[in-house]
Design a protein around this ligand. Sequence first.
Ligand SMILES: C[S@@+](CC[C@H](N)C(=O)[O-])C[C@H]1O[C@@H](n2cnc3c(N)ncnc32)[C@H](O)[C@@H]1O
Length: 261
Amino acid sequence: MDDALPGINPHIPSVARMYDYYLGGKDNFPSDREAAEKVLAVVPETRQAARENRAFMQRAVRYLAGQGIRQFLDIGTGLPTQGNVHEMAGPDAHVLYVDNDPIVLAHGRAILSGSEGVDVAQGDLRLPEAILDSDEARRLLDFDQPIAILVVAVLHFVQDGDDPARILGRLKERVAPGSHLVLSHACPNRPTESEDIASVYDLATAHIRLRTRQEILPLFDGLEFVEPGLVNVAEWRPEVAELAPLQGVGDYLLGGVAKKL
Ligand SMILES: C[S@@+](CC[C@H](N)C(=O)[O-])C[C@H]1O[C@@H](n2cnc3c(N)ncnc32)[C@H](O)[C@@H]1O
């Protein structure tokens, strides 16, 4: 990527562009690549974990579409890549993409605008009410019908002080029974990994807070897990011919899908 769009600082690593780099995308600047390489030096499995996370999200959306879910609220969308939510959800689904990084909005609008039932909105996961009450959400989503809320590989960018459980609580209480939460979250595998990774992201657009399985599990409180529960994202309903999972090496991202009864 050569030119920066208005409001986008190419010198500060963006967590969205770093993720694009892990996935092998081209929408990133030297600052993003440098920061991402520092992360890869600490956790060389990050690239594979990012691909497995993407595949988890895609399987989860296909699963939910198969269950009859026709509305998807994807918070922390990331830069558009292959296999975006609306492509997995089917042509008649309504999909609202929300991200707080202006570069995601610019690319999202350019790539996604024109798709029927799809919109892109600026919003911050830390302010869930503003997302739920946004013009885009009101226009696109029917809160009396089930909605799949995707919080995929984004909650680790929310610090404890912003109270992730409260944020998810607000989202859970506003959606109808039959709605689902799709969540994945990074967790530490090596002794000093949390600190080492955090020191890289401290210089980026968002700080990172890796959380352990014990810390992630309660985020699903009040919902009923879909089998197999909270697992390594690669182990969530894997399909034939997918990437070899990181099984045995470590759980870099844990993910799960749970239903509001
Ligand atoms: C690692 S990417 C994940 C993208 C996508 N969900 C996936 O799993 O493939 C994280 C995304 O979350 C966005 N993000 C980070 N903090 C956020 C916040 N507080 N509110 C909304 N989006 C946020 C970043 O801009 C980035 O696009």
